[in-house]
Design a protein around this ligand. Sequence first.
Ligand code: ADP
Ligand code: MG
Length: 279
Amino acid sequence: MTKESPVLSLRGMNKQFGEGCSRCIEKPENLEKNYCPNCGTVYACRDISFDLYKGEIIGIVGESGSGKSTLMRSLYFDSEVTDGEYLLADYKDGQENVFGSSLQQQKWIRNMLLGMVYQNPLLGLRMEFSSIANIAEKMIAANHRNVEAMFSRGHELLDKVNIPTFRSSEAPKNFSGGMQQRVQIAKALSNNPPVLLLDEVTTGLDLSVQADVLDLIKTIQRELRISMIVVSHDLAVIRMLSDRTIVMYNGEIIEEGLTDQVLEDPQHAYTQQLVYSLL
Ligand code: ADP
Ligand code: MG
C-alpha cells in the first residue's frame, strides 16, 4: 500500500521562552515541569513532530500549560519558534521549511493555506466590525477585490455556520460566545485553506452550545475534506472529533495513536488518568 504524503509535516519543533542556563541546558532533569527555577526559562514545546494527512482530524490534548497553544501559534506564525522544520504540501511542494520563510511568505501562507480559530474570539475577530466585514478582511488579505463576490461568499459562509443572513451586518460584540466562534470559523474558511487550526474553540461555552459547535466542525470536515488540528484540554471533545490523538505533557508529546486506541489502551500514566476521568 502506498501512503499518501502529508499536507502538513512538523519535525523537531522547539519553542522556549528565555535563553536557558547551564543548569537547564545541560541537565533537563533540573526542570520543574517545563520551567527552569534557576534562570526562569520556559520550555513550552519540546521536540514536537507529527504528520497531518488530507481530510484527517488530529486532536491534541493536555492539561493547561502543556504547550498546546504555543504549538498552534507557532503553526500560524503568531510567534517565532526556537527551531524545527515545518513543511506544507501546498507550498513549494513541501520542499521548504516555512519556519525559515520570509515574513511576507509566511503572511501569504497564513492567508491562503491556513485558517485559525482562537479560544479567545478577541484574538480572531474585530469585535466592532460587521461579521461580513470580518470575513472580507481575510479575503482582501488574500487579494480578493471583487466586493460583490466577497459579499456573496461571506453570506454563503455565514449560512454554512448557521448565522442567519439578516445578522451578517451585525458586529460580533453583539453575539453570544457560540456565535462568535461560528463567525471565527466562517472567517477561517474564507479562502478554502487545506488546513484548519482550532484552539479550545468550545472551552467556556455552555454544554448545549458546545455540542452545536462540535457538530458544525464535524459537518465542515465531512463536506470540505479539510484537514484539522483540534486542541483541547478536554478529552471528551477530542474523542468526539479526532481520528488520531496526540497527548502533550510539559511541552512534550508523551503519547499518540488512533483515538480509539489511545482511549482503550492508554500507555502513559497521565493519559490513563485522563481516560479514567472520562468514565
Ligand atoms: P496550553 O495552551 O497547553 O495551556 P501554553 O502553550 O499556553 O499552554 O503555555 C505553555 C507554557 O508556556 C506555559 O508554561 C506558559 O506559561 C508558557 N508561556 C506561554 N506564552 C509565554 C510567553 N509569552 N512568555 C513566557 N512564557 C510563556
Ligand atoms: Mg491554550
